[in-house]
Every structure is written in C-alpha cells, then in structure tokens.
Design a protein around this ligand. Structure first.
Ligand code: PLP
Length: 420
C-alpha cells in the first residue's frame, strides 16, 4: 500500500492523534502557527527527492532546471516582502541562519553582544549551552525596571567591550524594538548589527512592526512563526559583499543540500504573505493579543512591561501566587497549550518559572479574533483562579473550560477554512 495508514499504523495513529490535538485545542505557543494546506502540499511534494547543492544557475548536480525556478521564486518573493536586495532561502532553521551569519562575520573567540536568555533572547544569541555561547565571548544585555530593553545599558556594554557583532531580536519580548537605536550603538562601537526578527517577521512584512531592513547589516528570521510558512530559516541583507559572504557561509560553510521541498513551501508562504488578506490577518493577531492581555490583567495577572505591542505577551503569575509550570500543565489539561516562561528576575528555577508566554498567531489563523480572545482570556482566568485556590487545580473547572475550548475549536476548524 502507498498510504501510511496501511503500511505503518503505529506512525499513522500518532499523526492522526496530533492532527486531532491541533484541531481540538487552542494553540497559544507564541512561536507556533498553523501553516496553510498549500504550504504543506509543497512540503510533501516530489521536491523532497532532489539534491541541489549550490544556488540557482550554479549547481553541483544535474536536473536542477525546475528547482532553480522554485528557489528563484522564493528569493524574489522574499525580497519583495521585506524590501531587501539580497536573500538566502536555504537555512534549514532559524538557528542555522544565525549560525551562518556568525560563520560569515566572525572568528571563534570574537566578542558578541545579544539579549540574555532570561530577558527573552534566543539560545543562538550567545547563551552558555549553545555554540554561540561556547565558541564566542558572549556578553548579554537585558531589560530595565520597566520591562523594556535597556538601550543605555546596551550602549554602555557595546562601548566598553567593543563586540564585533550586536544581535537584536527576541523570543519573548512584547514591545517594539528600536532598530535605529541599535544601529546607532553598533556604529559607535564599530560592530555589525544582526537583527533576528524570527518572532515578528509577519508583523514586519505587513507594517505592524517597523522594519529592520533600513538599519541592520544582516537580518535573519524563521519562516514558521508569525510568517506562517514551513519550519525554516532565511537571511536578508542590502549589502552585496555581505550577501556573497552569507551565501558561502550557508553553503558550503554550514549546510549541504538545500531542502528544496521546504524552499517550495517557503515560496508559497511568501506569496500568501504578499496578499492583502495577510495584512488583515496580522492586524487581527495584534489586536487579539492586546485584548487577551487586557483581560488577563483584569483577572489579576501582570504582563511584563505592562502590555504588548505585538503577537505575544509574557504573563507574570506572581500576583496570583501561581507557578508557571503548574499554569501550563493545568491549561493543557483544559485544552489550551502554551509554555511556562521565566519572568525578569524570576525567583523560580527554569523548570518551574513564574510565568507563561502566550501568543495569538496560531489562534487567528483558524479564524479567532478579538472576541474569541476575550473569551479565551476569561477561560485562562478561570483555570488560574482554580490554581490559586489549590496547587493541583480544579478538575471540574478544567473540564468545563475544556468543553468551551472544544466549542470554540469546532466553530473554527483549522483546515476547514481557507487561509488566503
Ligand atoms: N531566533 C529566535 C528569535 C527564535 O525565537 C527562534 C526559535 O524559537 C530561533 C531563532 C530558532 O529557530 P529554529 O527553532 O528554527 O532553529
């Protein structure tokens, strides 16, 4: 049999269970989304069979005429989407994209300056357990008392330590990032500026967050978060010399053959993001995020920095006396998926934490909007209230919330609705 169900029932059962999990729960993990069926169709295509080391027109393998068209479409659309002059669509992931930029610009032992993991930075921005923290002298900046990036501290560190690379961008930061200020600091310190816009790429594409392109030497992103494409990475620049170095760093520097099926799926996602409807979608994501934050504050939680300008928020549960891990587990039992997350100066261990990170990008892809997110905020509030009374939570409350989650989900099936 050609289908998985008959050939490999064990695997098929897990795939189907995951499909049902996604359909029947509310996805609030801020880094996730529901890609369109078109994106998945491209990713499941015959392009998975093709080796295409090199770049369009300059391959090391025969038979690349058609995949050249595919990769060029992805490149051209990506350049149009972000107003970039050069684009590399081959990085297998966001981490690979960031690794390639370091390979292109740095030597082992060089100093880099990125946002600390605790403050919402990413592992690839210089965290100790990652290559970026092991092979470089990695220094970190964090947040001020107001929960926003402490730009004065960034400048102070940059001028004192003269990093070769400054990284702006985050995995859990809910405010607009001032890329112009970062560039002014980088210029003063004689550093390259890398902006990793992985989380906010969809917002940048539609003008809901200022673009890093006029300011950064190099911009990296993932393609699967607010951009709603397949899992993958991209690199952009407006500098011809840097573009050459970056291409060489991606291949042959860091990777072998590009994942042409993923690149085809990226091309589809970029075309989707160029449609006017994508702007409406992101507008809805941002408005829903603000609405959710407002309800949670009304229910007694705090939002780090006091609110959100984008698709996500970091919820500080300390005013409720609830731990991040207990909240994430109780919410999952009630059909709402999110992740526990440290808050600034978190007294709890990373396995426990005092917060959760919530995002609205996936929910809005299935058709939720402000109204649904107000309701979801209320449901989260109910689960947290129960936890406040007992660290084990309340099974009856969780069951009732689960039922309301199912109703919301059944009204807005993920793959029943067209994404475009
Ligand atoms: N950069 C940022 C800011 C991220 O949030 C992430 C993913 O969470 C990455 C890079 C890494 O992306 P990937 O998981 O595709 O390697």
């Amino acid at each position: 049999a050609q289908d998985i169900a008959a050939f490999d029932p064990a695997l098929w059962t897990a795939l189907e269970a995951e499909r049902h999990r996604q359909e029947d729960q509310i996805e609030l993990i801020a880094s996730e989304n529901h890609a369109s069926q078109r994106v998945m169709q491209a990713q499941g295509s015959v392009l998975t069979n093709k080796y295409a080391e090199g770049y369009p027109g300059k391959r090391y393998y025969g038979g690349c005429a058609h995949v050249d068209v595919v990769e060029q479409l992805a490149i051209d659309r990506l350049k149009q989407l972000f107003g970039a002059q050069y684009a590399n669509v081959q990085p297998h992931s966001g981490a690979q994209a960031n690794g390639a930029v370091k390979l292109a610009l740095l030597q082992p032992g060089d100093t880099i300056l990125g946002m600390s993991l605790d403050a919402g930075g990413h592992l690839t921005h210089g965290a100790r357990p990652a290559l970026s923290g092991k092979w470089f002298r990695a220094l970190a900046y964090g947040l001020g008392a107001d929960g926003r990036i402490d730009y004065d501290r960034v400048e102070e560190l940059a001028l004192a330590e003269k990093p070769k690379l400054i990284i702006a961008g985050a995995s859990a930061y809910s405010r607009v990032i001032d890329f112009a200020r970062f560039r002014a600091i980088a210029d003063k310190a004689g550093a390259w500026l890398l902006v990793d816009m992985a989380h906010i790429a969809g917002l940048v594409a539609t003008g809901h967050h200022p673009s890093p392109m006029p300011h950064a030497h190099v911009v990296t992103s993932t393609t699967h978060k607010t951009l709603r494409g397949p899992r993958g990475g991209i690199i952009l620049t407006n500098d011809a010399d840097l573009a050459k170095k970056i291409n060489a760093a991606v291949f042959p520097g860091l990777q072998g053959g590009p994942l042409m099926h993923v690149i085809a799926a990226k091309a589809v996602a970029f075309l989707e993001a160029l449609q006017p409807s994508f702007k409406d979608y992101i507008g809805n994501v941002v408005a829903s995020s603000a609405a959710l934050a407002e309800v949670l504050v009304a229910r007694g939680a705090a939002i780090v920095s006091g609110g959100t300008d984008n698709h996500l928020m970091l919820v500080d549960l300390r005013p409720l006396g609830v731990k991040g891990n207990a909240a994430a587990e109780a919410l999952e039992r009630a059909g709402i998926t999110c992740n526990k997350n440290g808050v600034p100066d978190d007294p709890e261990k990373p396995a426990v934490t005092s917060g959760i990170r919530l995002g609205t990008a996936a929910g809005c892809s299935r058709g939720f909007g402000v109204e649904e997110f107000r309701q979801i905020g209320g449901l989260i509030g109910d689960v947290l209230d129960a936890l406040r009374k007992s660290p084990e939570g309340d099974a009856a409350v969780e069951a009732r919330v689960r039922e309301q989650v199912l109703q919301l989900c059944r009204r807005s099936p993920i793959y029943g609705a067209d994404h475009a």
